[in-house]
Design a protein around this ligand. Structure first.
Ligand code: PHB
Length: 365
């Protein structure tokens, strides 16, 4: 199968990208400690993957309160901004573009990771099933503290400041992480949002925080450098919603007011059931580019593009193991398989030591 649509240029907000293969955000938990600071090894990792049409950074906490995993990077201190400058410089020198994914985990955290060892915050006091990845190993999730209505202003300010910091660090744009069971998704879905104030109850109320965050972020960057990621059917992090189609239809219609560059949709993740959801419906409602994500191969991505179901496709684990993924897809070359044991934490092993095709050919000679 010829992957001709994958290799056509495409428009994403204010940018023209050379092809349709995007690197998805991937948590790798390798920032320098203390301080959650990006360093040279991270710059090397991203530089190696700069043949992606666009790189979306690993999820990056916008505040200490927004942190939920050991070793993930932040974008709320000057040292972190300076560390990210190394990353953006390396990616730009290699000719690609990079957006930062802005992350507040909400309840998917642990008091040992929070300011003054306070409880994690959430729309409602309902715990995630399972365990948090802390510096002391895996620990049970706690019952989070429900945010007060007047604390929302501070959360929105965290997103605004993080957007300014991302700009200072040299990013080409940002992605608002509203997927996979983190804070914004917790407000969106009625399995986790049991509030009685203006941020809970009706669909209009549950969408409110995302829209206020989008307003703040687009005030800093302009809509054409901002994307948003959602996972309408995702159950990862104990998520559920009683009517995802109506909820997401309403959300997309409202997001159109901000002229966003793209909508990034996790169509498939873990063992979530997506069989009753109509993703095409969201794609047609949304005014900007649609990035499809979730288990795509070169062939299924080509099919999605040629059938008009997406404008771009993002690849996650394939980019972990194949730093030159676009080249491999273009040449129909064999893909390397990722080693799950080195996904999170550690050093260069399983991070910057995956070979390119060129490296492999050199070894064979
Ligand atoms: C993870 O670290 O497991 C993780 C982080 C961000 C996501 C999904 C998973 O969106």
């Amino acid at each position: 199968m010829s992957l001709q649509n994958l290799f056509k240029p495409g428009t994403l907000g204010q940018y023209t990208l050379p092809h349709r293969i995007i690197m998805a955000p991937l948590t790798r938990s390798r920032s320098a400690q203390p301080g959650d600071i990006p360093h040279d090894l991270n710059a090397q990792y991203y530089a190696q993957r700069s043949t992606a049409a666009l790189i979306i950074s690993e999820a990056t906490q916008i505040s200490q309160q927004g942190k939920g995993y050991a070793f993930t990077p932040g974008i709320h201190s000057q040292e972190q901004i300076n560390g990210w400058k190394k990353v953006t410089k390396a990616v730009h020198e290699n000719g690609s573009k990079i957006f930062m994914q802005l992350w507040h985990v909400g309840r998917v955290s642990h008091s040992s990771l929070q300011p003054n060892n306070q409880l994690p915050v959430a729309p409602s006091a309902i715990a995630v099933d399972g365990q948090a990845f802390t510096y002391e190993g895996m620990q049970d999730f706690e019952i989070p503290r429900a945010l007060e209505s007047d604390e929302m202003v501070e959360i929105i300010n965290q997103y605004r400041q993080a957007s300014q910091n991302a700009l200072e660090a040299g990013f080409d744009g940002v992605e608002i992480h509203a997927a996979n069971g983190y804070l914004l998704d917790q407000f969106l879905k009625d399995g986790t949002n049991k509030r009685h104030d203006q941020y809970g109850g009706t669909i209009e109320n549950r969408v409110r925080l995302i829209l206020e965050v989008t307003q703040a972020v687009t005030e800093v960057l302009g809509g054409d450098r901002v994307g948003i990621r959602i996972s309408p059917t995702g159950s990862f992090n104990s998520m559920s919603d009683s009517d995802p189609q109506s909820l997401n239809q309403y959300l997309i219609k409202k997001l159109n007011d901000y002229n966003l560059a793209y909508l990034h949709v996790v169509e498939n993740f873990g063992d979530s059931d997506n069989s009753h959801f109509n993703f095409d419906n969201l794609r047609h409602l949304f005014n900007g580019a649609y990035i499809a994500n979730g288990g795509y191969t070169g062939e299924s991505a080509e099919r999605s593009l040629s059938e008009g179901k997406s404008d771009f496709v993002s690849f996650g684990s394939a980019f972990i193991a194949n730093p030159d993924l676009p080249t491999r897809l273009k040449q129909n070359a064999k893909l390397s398989q990722p080693d799950q044991d080195t996904f999170y934490g550690g050093d260069a092993k399983g991070y910057t030591d995956y070979p390119t095709l060129k490296d492999e050919n050199r070894e064979m000679k």
